[in-house]
Design a protein around this ligand. Structure first.
Ligand code: NAD
Ligand code: TYD
Length: 353
């Protein structure tokens, strides 16, 4: 493979995947296609932007004509599709954006790949790959026990998870109907560097720094299974290179935490790093109105990925969270530019001449 298109590469997870692929595969040209919505930040990639095998394309996957033209011109060998509207709270406010990007955008990419690769149903295509990066939220919500496996029935509750479930179904349908060489992975909640500070962990790091309240929805009893983002990027690399066509892999950390316990641990780490007395940051915890339709618990069983492809998470949560805090405290300029909105000028300064 000579050319891989990564969509959403200016976002949180996408930037880690782009960095990994650009550095690890210097002979493969990596194209990062991103619309640069509020969540897209080219400052996530300053360390690799000058590399010869890295190419940035600004564009919207909802624009079918643009997407088709790009695929015709570049003749990509593979797609790793991460571009999405990703925040559940925003999906509750404005579901249509999620339908457009997550469903229509995905179908536009599938059509464009089908057009240039010309798959034949029943014939195995080994030199092309359409890899769709998805979420465990498509499986719905768990009670006190159990875990999501690859065969758990889809049961999405939020407009975000409904749109991701729909895009997963379209990806499988293109595999089954046209023989497009597709692969899907469904991952649990990620955390780590370059996480946009509207999501729980970076929001609370930023708020602790600024002595602002830490908003916990409901009683903080909801459970998420947290995975360090670089472990997810490594898993994507493994699945991309080793999975069979039409297969699905769950990716997760075996690392379930109640939200309130995540924030208590974060407060402890922040107190230590900022030289505050233990217990200082916890005083900022504020219980607020619960999210509508808030899923109680997610937990991923990633046994299939571990047994078949040999991936496993590398970091314990305590270690990963401390590493994340260190990154945010060291990269104050990144955080300042994101919170002030200045990051949105970076494209004009660096690329648009
Ligand atoms: P993000 O919101 O940080 O980044 C999304 C990126 O997509 C941004 O750079 C944005 O500019 C781009 N984008 C949005 N709409 C676009 C459009 N119409 N055309 C082109 N680009 C567009 O998201 P993330 O947290 O990095 O998630 C990446 C992918 O991983 C998503 O598909 C998400 O569903 C999935 N995922 C996320 C998590 C998580 O915990 N964040 C967990 C599992 C799966
Ligand atoms: P989030 O980071 O939005 O990820 P997701 O909803 O995709 O799991 O939220 C993680 C958990 O934290 C989720 O249970 C909602 C909760 N939460 C809060 O309690 N307060 C907040 O301000 C945010 C953004 C999330």
């Amino acid at each position: 493979m000579n050319k891989i298109l990564i969509t959403g590469g200016a976002g949180f997870i996408g930037s880690h995947v782009v960095r990994l692929f650009v550095n690890k595969y210097p002979n493969i040209n990596i194209y990062n296609l991103d619309k640069l919505t509020y969540a897209g930040n080219l400052m996530n990639l300053t360390d690799i932007e000058q590399k010869e095998n890295y190419h940035f394309v600004k564009g919207d996957i909802v624009d079918a004509a643009f997407v088709n033209e790009l695929f015709e011109k570049e003749q990509f060998d593979a797609v790793i599709h991460l571009a999405a509207e990703s925040h559940v709270d925003r999906s509750i406010e404005n579901p249509l954006d999620f339908v457009m990007t997550n469903i229509i955008g995905t179908v536009n990419l599938l059509n464009a790949a089908k057009k240039i690769w010309k798959p034949v149903l029943g014939a195995t295509m080994t030199d092309k790959r359409f890899y769709h990066v998805s979420t465990d939220e498509v499986y719905g919500s768990l009670g006190e026990t159990g875990m999501f496996t690859e065969t758990t029935a889809y049961d999405p509750h939020s407009p975000y998870s409904a749109s991701k479930a729909s895009s997963d179904h379209f990806v499988r349908a293109y595999g089954d109907t046209y023989g497009l060489p597709v692969v899907i992975s469904n991952c649990s909640n990620n955390y780590g560097p370059y996480h946009f500070p509207e999501k729980l962990i970076p929001l609370c790091i930023n708020n602790i720094k600024n002595n602002k309240p830490l908003p916990i929805y409901g009683k903080g009893e909801n459970v998420r299974d947290w995975l360090f983002v670089e472990d997810h990027a490594r898993a994507i690399d493994v699945v991309f290179h080793s999975a069979k066509n039409n297969s699905t892999y769950n990716i997760g950390g075996h690392n379930e935490w109640k939200n309130i316990d995540v924030i208590r641990l974060l407060c402890k780490i922040m107190d230590k790093k900022l030289g505050h007395a233990d217990g200082t940051s916890e005083q900022l915890i504020t219980f607020v109105k619960d999210r509508a339709g808030h899923d109680l618990r997610y937990a991923i069983d990633s046994t299939k990925l571990q047994n078949e492809l040999g991936w496993k998470p590398s970091l314990q949560f305590e270690e990963g969270l401390e590493k994340t805090v260190d990154w945010y405290l060291t990269n104050e300029e990144w955080l300042e530019r994101v919170t002030s909105g200045a990051y949105q000028d970076y494209y004009n300064k660096q690329y648009a001449h």
